[in-house]
Design a protein around this ligand. Structure first.
Ligand code: GLU
Length: 482
């Protein structure tokens, strides 16, 4: 017997926005194919012309590539079972449709919207559910491609298995005569995906939760066409940060390119998206690509919604940023650097970048963290007045601390060890707590809310510059209205 190879597909619609949840479906489909040495197809489902947004196909391809989900076949990779854009397959759907008509399993829907509305009202008045199959025309017109074509269903109950959702069961009341081909000649998703999956040899249908209630109707169509059922795997929704509703654009959800533009690494996005609703049974949260291919399993995808935790995303990004080789980090940071940083002397710039590496949660943090290395910082005394501890000190006290620091550092050899012991010595001579002393020095040097380790910052900035900034900060603070 021929061993059936695994074929999966990612089948997004070109509607403009590549939701992280959609991409997760694509990632899981890719993983299932990769693990089995199978085939992964990118299929564009562009049969709803009203919802189509220009440029979406390119956008989808970019998102898929960004995560490294290489596909064997797709809109730009022809193959024997293609084309892989549904709008280029209309003849194929029409052939299948004609065969269904010939088999007595499809009919032209002759009703006007008003007539259908009337049926609906009638059912409502009788407190009955509305079903198209209760209104099959006795003598349907010949289908000319301009009327909607409906499936002639054979209602029955179904039980089937879903790799994620488990055993599912429905009664015959959910089976109805759904539209196969619309009056504009385009197939519905409901019909097109079944034809395509069959023609493309798809073994695993991995898709979002919104399709689960239609699955029994799909099973009825598979039966009508004598098609073998594929393996179904339904992905749970992705919920907002609070976990109480579906994640939407209003929660600040961006598509994956948006996150990349903000300074998240593709490695982070891959690991983060994979762990939205999946784990390998251990507490591991961070996965490299090869690790995912080895460990992923549909069986371990959770049934309930997965929470999109922004803080976990940042934490994970910090992790992947820390893992980068220094040269690689510099390359990734290039597009985020300020003009002043770009102009700086390369060895100095590289040293600054490496110093900031362990504090970056996003590549775009680099400027807030390091601008003061490349240009004179603008004093911002609100950093003092809003500081829990510093705001309790008078200008004279603050200036006193900076004077003592200036004196001590002037006498210090400019190495990390010497600077560290000078700073420790200052704690004793001033009798101040570290949070107070080191915060005011940090502010004087950087005028920034966040900065890398103080001793290393001082070393890198150089003695003359550090002393000049402390002196300048003393006059800013003296003039400050406190
Ligand atoms: N075209 C569908 C969508 O974008 C995909 C459903 C499927 O994967 O079968 O939602």
């Amino acid at each position: 017997m021929l061993k059936q190879t695994v074929v999966t597909r990612f089948a997004p619609s070109p509607t403009g926005f590549m939701h992280v949840g959609a991409l997760r479906t694509g990632l899981f489909a890719w993983l299932v194919a990769k693990q089995a040495g199978g085939t992964f197809i990118l299929r564009i489902e562009d049969t709803d012309k009203n919802r189509e947004v220009e440029g979406s196909v390119e956008h989808i391809i970019q998102c898929v590539r960004m995560l490294g989900l290489e596909y064997e076949y797709g809109p730009d990779k022809p193959g024997a079972t293609g084309p892989y854009m549904q709008s280029q397959r209309l003849e194929i759907y029409h052939e299948w449709a004609k065969k269904m008509i010939a088999d007595g399993r499809a009919y032209a829907d002759p009703y006007t919207p008003e007539e259908l509305n009337h049926f609906r009202e009638e059912a409502k008045a009788k407190k009955q559910p509305f079903l198209y199959r209760n209104h099959r025309p006795d003598n349907p017109p010949v289908w000319d491609g301009r009327l909607p074509l409906r499936f002639l269903s054979k209602p029955r109950d179904y039980s089937w298995n879903d790799e994620v959702m488990g055993d599912l069961k429905t009664g015959e009341e959910v089976i109805d005569d759904i539209v196969l081909i619309k009056s504009d000649g385009y197939p519905t998703y409901n019909f097109a995906h079944i034809v395509d999956d069959a023609e493309m040899g798809v073994t695993h249908v991995i898709r979002g939760q919104e399709f689960i209630s239609s699955t029994p109707n799909y099973l009825n169509i598979y039966d009508a066409l004598s098609l073998k059922y594929p393996i179904f795997a339904t992905m749970p929704h992705i919920m907002n940060d609070q976990g109480n509703k579906k994640l939407g654009k209003r929660d600040g959800a961006k598509d994956v390119l948006g996150y990349i533009a903000e300074g998240y690494l593709p490695e982070t996005m891959l690991s983060f998206i994979a762990t939205l609703g999946w784990n390998d049974g251990t507490t591991q949260e961070i996965y490299e690509r090869a690790d995912l291919v080895e460990k992923f399993s549909l069986k371990r995808v959770q049934k309930s919604g997965a929470r999109f935790d922004q803080r976990r995303l940042q934490w994970m990004n910090g992790h992947f940023i820390r893992e980068l080789e220094p040269k690689e980090l510099a390359l990734r940071l290039e597009r985020f650097l300020s003009p002043a940083a770009k102009k700086a002397e390369p060895i100095y710039r590289q040293a600054v970048i490496e110093l900031c590496q362990d504090r970056l949660k996003s590549l775009s943090d680099i400027n807030t963290l390091s601008n003061f290395f490349f240009e004179q910082p603008t004093p911002d005394t609100s950093l003092i007045s809003s500081h829990k501890q510093l705001k309790k000190l008078s200008n004279a006290e603050l200036v006193g601390l900076l004077s003592a620091t200036h004196d001590s550092l002037s006498e210090t050899e400019w190495s990390q060890d010497a600077i560290q012991s000078s700073l420790n010595g200052l704690l004793e001579t001033t009798g101040q707590k570290p949070v107070i002393l080191f915060s005011i020095i940090r502010i004087a040097i950087t005028w920034a809310p966040f900065s890398p380790e103080l001793d290393k910052t001082l070393v890198l900035l150089g003695k003359d510059e550090a002393l000049a900034r402390i002196a300048a900060a003393k006059s800013v603070i003296t003039d400050r209205q406190s």
